[in-house]
Design a protein. Structure first.
Length: 101
């Protein structure tokens, strides 16, 4: 899903006080990690993840790979924190409000 500037800004504002719900450790991307991100995207649509790896290029690759494997959009990356968004058509919590922007 391609997000416009206003939509990204609104999602970032909404995620500001959200806790990190997905932690990506030294093992990198595993099946359990993908399942965890999937479950969180289904439940919340907007997910904040933290990547522990010290290299920013590796973190960028992890983010990109996770977005591809889950069908999510990367809204923002700030340091070791990445914000993912994916519409849940069955339970549109955030995407319903996002459509009004």
């Amino acid at each position: 899903m391609k997000l416009r500037g206003k939509e990204k800004a609104w999602l970032k504002k909404r995620a500001h006080k959200m806790p990190v719900t997905v932690m990506i450790g030294d093992k990198g991307i595993t099946e359990n990690l993908i399942k965890s991100l999937e479950d969180n995207l289904v439940a919340h649509e907007l997910v904040k993840a933290s990547i522990a790896h010290p290299d920013k290029n590796v973190r960028a690759e992890f983010s990109k790979e996770l977005a591809e494997k889950t069908g999510a959009t990367i809204v923002n990356t700030l340091g070791k924190t990445v914000l993912f968004f994916r519409v849940n058509n069955e339970n549109p919590i955030i995407s319903e409000q996002l459509g009004k922007i």
